[in-house]
Ligand binder design. Structure first.
Ligand SMILES: O=C(O)c1ccc(O)c(O)c1
Ligand SMILES: [Mg+2]
Length: 623
C-alpha cells in the first residue's frame, strides 16, 4: 500500500512538514495549496526537496468551486485551472483534486456539469494533468461519491477520475459497498480520515474534528477493504483537519499519522480475510483472493490477559509505602540490584520505584501487561513506531520488553502465567520473611491523565499496540471543567485502562494538579474499608449530600446506606450488578481506589466521578 499524508494535517512550514513526513516514512504527500502559497520555497525548490527526501508529490489540492456555474464563471474557472496546471508542471505533479462546488454553483444539471468537467479534463490533458473529482459532504449539488462517479462516467475522459474521501462518505452514512463497482482506473486518489461521531453540521465536523484512523468511530477497515476489492492501487493518503494536530509537534504528529496507516492496513487485510455474508460477494475462495493492492500485516497480538504490575515512582516514597500498607498490601522486599520495592495484595503487584529525580512527586511511571508473547508484542509495537524503553537487567533477571506510551508512561509487555503469578517477583526480598497480605486483590483498572495534545494519539497507541478496545467516551463535570474520559478495555474486562483528558486550566498550572490512580478490586469492600480505617487510612471524604441523593435514586436499605456513609464508600447499580468503591487521599499526582464488583457490573461508577473530582478539587484548593 502506498502511504500518503496531506500537508494540512500538520503544524509548521511546508519545509518542516515535508521533513517530518520523510522521517515518519511516508511514500508521498498531498500539497495543500495554502502551504505552497505561504512558502518561501519556489516550486522548483519544493520539487527538489521532495526528490531529495524520497517523497512523492502525489496530489495538489484543493481546486474549489469549478462546476455547475454560468458560462462566464466557467471561463474564469478554466483560466484559474490552467494557472494551476502550469504550476503543477513546475512542481512535477500530475494529479489535482477538484472538489464539488459548495459556493458558486447555480445550475443543478448533470449534463451541464459533465460538459464543464469535460472541458476541464481536456485542458488538464493538454498539460499532462489528471483531475480527481471529489464529492464534498456539503457540496451544493454534488455531495455523494456515487454522484461524483456518475459524472466521471458521463465525461468518460482519460484525464478525469474520482477521489474517494472516507470522511465525506462515512459522515453522511453512505453505503460503502458500491465502491467495489467503481472502475479502479477511474479512482485517481483515496483519502482517509476517521472522526468521532458528533451531531453537528458536517462542514464544522470535517474542518475541526477529523482524526487519524483508529482514533475515531468510523468503519475504516471496511471502507478500505471495498477500495482494495475495487482493484485500486494508488496512494492511501491521510487528510485530517484537526485543531489539535495543527498546533502539536510536527514530527510527532507525523509518526502518529504513520502509525494509523500501518494499523489501518493491517485491519483492512483482516477485514478482507474475514468478510463474509453480504460483504463477501462469492465464497471462501473470494476472501483469500489476491488483490492488486498488497496489504502488509503486523505481528499478531491478542488482547492482554491482565495487568502484570503497576509502578509508581517517587523521590520520597514514605507516603506511598504508608498508603499501600494501610490498604492491606504486604511489603515483599527490595529488588536485588535495583532501587525498587515490591508490594503485593493477592495478584495486585505494585512496584515503588525510588529512582525518581530529586523532589519529584509520586506519579504513575509504568504499567506491565500480561501478553501471550512479549517478543511478538514488542515486535508489533516497534513496527507501529512505538519508542522502545530500555531497562537495565542483570544475568538471570527477567528481560522486560518495554515501549513508551504517548504520555511517557512506560508500558512493559510481560509473560503472563495461567495462575496470574509473575516469575520476576523472585528477584525481590532475598532472605526476607515475606509479609502476609490480608486479602486477595487484582488491579481492576488504571486511570491515566493525558496531555491534551496527545489524547487521540494515546487512543490509537493502546488500540493498535495492545489490542485494547476504545469505548464511547464520556464527559465528567469537575469544578475546573469537563473531563473527557475514554475507557480502553479488553472484551472480558481483565484489562481496563481509563484515559482522562484534563481541562486545559488544570494541565496548564505549574503544579501538576491532574491526578491519576490505580484501582484494586477486592471481594469484600466493606471489610477492606474497615481494616483500612483501623490502619489509619485517610479516605477521600464524601459529602453528606451524596448519600441523600444515593438514597433518593436507589432506595437503599438504611443499615447499608449508613455503612456506606460511615466509611465514605461510593455506590452504583445498573441492570448488570452493583459497584462499591472508595478513594484514598492523593500523594503527589497519585491516589488509589478500592472497588468491589457485584454481579456483572462492568462500569466505573461514572455517576460518582463528579463527586470525586469536586472533593479532590476542594482538598487541593484548601489552604
Ligand atoms: O474542507 C474542505 O474544503 C476540503 C478540501 C479538500 C478536501 O479533500 C476535503 O476533503 C475537504
Ligand atoms: Mg478530501
Amino acid at each position: 500500500m502506498r502511504t500518503g499524508i496531506a500537508t494540512v494535517c500538520l503544524s509548521g512550514t511546508l519545509k518542516e512538514k515535508m521533513q517530518a513526513c520523510a522521517i515518519a516514512g511516508f511514500d508521498g504527500i498531498e500539497i495543500f495549496e495554502q502551504d505552497l502559497v505561504t512558502s518561501p520555497l519556489s516550486p522548483e525548490e519544493v520539487r527538489k526537496m521532495a526528490a531529495d527526501l524520497g517523497l512523492g508529490l502525489d496530489l495538489y489540492q484543493p481546486f474549489r468551486d469549478f462546476d455547475g456555474v454560468t458560462p462566464d464563471l466557467l471561463k474564469a474557472n478554466l483560466k484559474r485551472a490552467e494557472a494551476k496546471f502550469k504550476l503543477m508542471e513546475r512542481l512535477g505533479m500530475d494529479t489535482i483534486l477538484v472538489c464539488s462546488n459548495v459556493a458558486t454553483a447555480t445550475i443543478d444539471d448533470d449534463d451541464l456539469r459533465a460538459g464543464q468537467l469535460a472541458e476541464l479534463a481536456e485542458l488538464a490533458g493538454a498539460h499532462g494533468v489528471k483531475v480527481a473529482y471529489e464529492a464534498l459532504a456539503w457540496g451544493k449539488y454534488v455531495n455523494d461519491y456515487e454522484h461524483a462517479y456518475r459524472l466521471v462516467e458521463m465525461v468518460d475522459h482519460p484525464n478525469l477520475g474520482t477521489c474517494l474521501d472516507s470522511f465525506h462518505i462515512l459522515s453522511r452514512d453512505w453505503d460503502t459497498a458500491p465502491i467495489e463497482q467503481i472502475n479502479a482506473e477511474k479512482i485517481f486518489f483515496v483519502q482517509v480520515a476517521d472522526a468521532p461521531k458528533l451531531s453537528m453540521d458536517v462542514l464544522s465536523w470535517s474542518r475541526h474534528y477529523r482524526v487519524f484512523p483508529g482514533e475515531g468511530q468510523f468503519e475504516l477497515a471496511k471502507f478500505l477493504g471495498h477500495v482494495v476489492r475495487a482493484g485500486y492501487t494508488g496512494p492511501v493518503s491521510l487528510e485530517v483537519f484537526n485543531d489539535v494536530f495543527r498546533q502539536s509537534d510536527t514530527e510527532r504528529t507525523a509518526v502518529d499519522a504513520m502509525r494509523s496507516l500501518i494499523w489501518l492496513e493491517e485491519q483492512s487485510a483482516k477485514w478482507l480475510a474475514n468478510a463474509s455474508g453480504a460483504d463477501a460477494p462469492d465464497n471462501k475462495a473470494a476472501s483469500r483472493r489476491r488483490y492488486p493492492m498488497e496489504l502488509a500485516t503486523l505481528p499478531k497480538v491478542n488482547e492482554p490477559a491482565g495487568f502484570n504490575f503497576a509502578e509508581v515512582k517517587a523521590d520520597d516514597t514514605a507516603q506511598l509505602e504508608k498508603l499501600l500498607g494501610q490498604l492491606g498490601f504486604g511489603f515483599q522486599g527490595r529488588h536485588r540490584t535495583k532501587d525498587v520495592q515490591l508490594w503485593t495484595m493477592g495478584q495486585a503487584r505494585v512496584i515503588i520505584n525510588e529512582q525518581a529525580a530529586s523532589h519529584s512527586e509520586p506519579a504513575i511511571a509504568a504499567l506491565g501487561f500480561d501478553v501471550d508473547s512479549p517478543v511478538i508484542a514488542s515486535a508489533r509495537a516497534q513496527q507501529l513506531k512505538a519508542p522502545v524503553v530500555a531497562r537495565k537487567v542483570q544475568a538471570d533477571e527477567e528481560v522486560f520488553q518495554g515501549i513508551s506510551a504517548p504520555d511517557s508512561t512506560e508500558i512493559f509487555l510481560c509473560q503472563g502465567s495461567p495462575d496470574g503469578t509473575a516469575a520476576w517477583t523472585h528477584e525481590f526480598g532475598e532472605g526476607l520473611d515475606r509479609s502476609t497480605e490480608t486479602q486477595n486483590a487484582v488491579i481492576d483498572h488504571v486511570n491515566l491523565a493525558q496531555p491534551w495534545q496527545h489524547f487521540d494519539e494515546a487512543v490509537l497507541f493502546y488500540t493498535s499496540a495492545l489490542a485494547l478496545e476504545p469505548q464511547p467516551f464520556a464527559e465528567v463535570p469537575s469544578p475546573s471543567g469537563l473531563v473527557r474520559s475514554q475507557v480502553m478495555e479488553t472484551s472480558n474486562g481483565a484489562v481496563r485502562l481509563v484515559l482522562n483528558l484534563a481541562p486545559a486550566q488544570q494541565a496548564q498550572t505549574a503544579r501538576k494538579t491532574y491526578q491519576e490512580h490505580i484501582a484494586f478490586a477486592v471481594d469484600n469492600l466493606v471489610a477492606a474499608a474497615r481494616s483500612a480505617q483501623e490502619r489509619g487510612l485517610e479516605f477521600l471524604q464524601i459529602p453528606a449530600n451524596y448519600y441523600e441523593d444515593l438514597d433518593a435514586r436507589f432506595d437503599l436499605e438504611p443499615g447499608f446506606l449508613a455503612t456506606l456513609k460511615e466509611l465514605n464508600l461510593l455506590y452504583d447499580r445498573d441492570a448488570n450488578g452493583e459497584f462499591l468503591h472508595f478513594y484514598t487521599a492523593t500523594v503527589g499526582s497519585v491516589f488509589f481506589e478500592m472497588v468491589e464488583r457485584r454481579g456483572n457490573y462492568d462500569g466505573y461508577g461514572a455517576p460518582n466521578a463528579p463527586v470525586r473530582h469536586a472533593v479532590q478539587y476542594d482538598s487541593l484548593h484548601r489552604v
